[in-house]
Design a protein around this ligand. Sequence first.
Ligand code: ATP
Length: 340
Amino acid sequence: MTAAIEVEDLRKQYEGVQALDGVSLSVPEGSFFGLLGPNGAGKTTFINILVGLVRRSGGRAEVFGHDVEDDYREARDAIGLAPQEFNVDHFFPVREVLEHKAGYHGIPADEARERADEVLKQVGIYDKRDTRFNWLSGGMKRRFMLARALITDPDLLILDEPTAGVDVQLRHDLWDLITELNESGTTILLTTHYIEEAERLCDEVAILDSGNLLTVATPEELMDRGPDKIRVTLRNAPASAPDLPALAAGEREGRVESVELDGDQLVVTATQGGLVAPDLVRALDRAGLEIVDFGISRTSLEEVFVDMTREGGSDQQSAETVAADGGRGGTVGDDGGVSE
Ligand SMILES: Nc1ncnc2c1ncn2[C@@H]1O[C@H](COP(=O)(O)OP(=O)(O)OP(=O)(O)O)[C@@H](O)[C@H]1O
């Protein structure tokens, strides 16, 4: 099966900044794929290359088998993009903005009107169809961005921080809508700073840092890499952490990182804590210690993410470099962006 996105050794160099430094990855058709990374990691650059707003410096990038530059039209028509920035024409009613967008992608006028109404209903702002974008509330603007991305009924929906700054209720509405789209076959590429959002929604996530791909894995696999905490409350806890020989195997395998006593609570830090728990219960039983309460808290994806990206410091590339490129010479794309 052709991948929805296939990139190989993808590179982008802005003046003095290596925004993407040889990224290779494949996003399977139909998946819900998260692209995570700290500020400045290269996520938006990656997306902008796919939609033709930024010209790659090297490597290969294909969308459903179409090269994003050589077969720009085919690749671009397959993508619906909801960008981070509100780059919307402020002077027209939002339904007209959608009709223009549909027209740009070759959808005939009568069909465009129908489609515009449909997507406005889908995102829940049909009653605002004659309102200008500027007059929408922040949450409605986010909904509109999604409607605009959906106007062409895309096979690949790219969402660059779709829930930035929206309230909890709307965030949940957007999740439901995006999940439904994915279940009906649309491939989703999501960037988000809400790691918990990626943990909940994505089948797979890629972690980028300073233009480099650190890993691609399922959220489950990533969480397995971080240490879990097993907390056992003991009756008549000893004064110091007990010696538990039955845990020695876990310690030898490097699975158990530490065993500490905190008041009447024994805290065992271990990777894949669920596998260590039976040994721990046996060890406590042998030591004659009675368990009052027992719980395992898994590392969150957020903790693993912070740990993996802590050293990189993606924003090391200076703000001045960006400012220096403020002119962004090039041709204006249909999303109001610029190709370089
Ligand atoms: N037009 C440009 N000219 C020069 N440098 C740029 C330009 N656009 C982005 N950069 C730099 O490239 C790097 C990657 O930026 P990019 O916007 O792709 O990161 P990001 O992961 O999307 O960040 P964020 O999470 O903050 O949106 C950063 O160091 C950024 O300053």
